[in-house]
Design a protein around this ligand. Sequence first.
Ligand code: CZF
Ligand code: MG
Length: 190
Amino acid sequence: MSNAKKLVFVTGNANKLKEVRAILAQGQAIEIDSQDLDIPEVQGTTQEVATAKCKRAAELLGGPCITEDTALCFEALNGLPGPYIKHFLKSLGHDGLNTLLDGFPTRAAWALCTFAYSAGPGSEPLLFEGKTDGQIVPPRGPPVFGWDPIFEAENTGKTYAEMPSEEKNKISHRYRALDKLRAYLQTLEK
Ligand SMILES: O=c1[nH]c(=O)c2ncn([C@@H]3O[C@H](COP(=O)(O)OP(=O)(O)OP(=O)(O)O)[C@@H](O)[C@H]3O)c2[nH]1
Ligand SMILES: [Mg+2]
């Protein structure tokens, strides 16, 4: 029988789930169950968005859970679209997001992942952030996951979409945030 720690990841995003499972499979045994709950996402900073989503998820589940929010932040726009990237991507597409930066002196961007862990209803979520720097470029690579084709990660010369998943999962915003969450979960077991 497996004695892996079980965690419920509340997300509607199959690509996130796939990456989280792949990253966690490399280390300590944490088994991820997932639930797709329809949770309204508030407006605010990435921390406020992440905290509110996780609180609500724990209430709906009636138990501990993790949630994850991904922001794509443009330096020229003081960090926007940030947590609103989902709707910007849907409305503007890869080309529109590129055009948005035309006329600005920098196309620098960072991908920010925020995992939130709640021990259960009423328990204040803890946040674990991971950041990867890069820049916004015309799309390259297969359009499998969101904005992967237009985010060129710093010092790689490749967009996320051009990387094999093992490569992305070693440097990604998600990997860096999960590394912190994993370290925290280990302290709970002691
Ligand atoms: O190219 C990408 N590479 C990534 O590594 C990545 N991680 C997230 N995303 C997209 O960025 C938005 C975040 O919004 P988001 O955090 O609210 O996610 P979501 O609503 O899809 O799922 P969830 O909130 O149910 O977990 C959504 O459009 C996601 O598809 C990514 N795109
Ligand atoms: Mg969402």
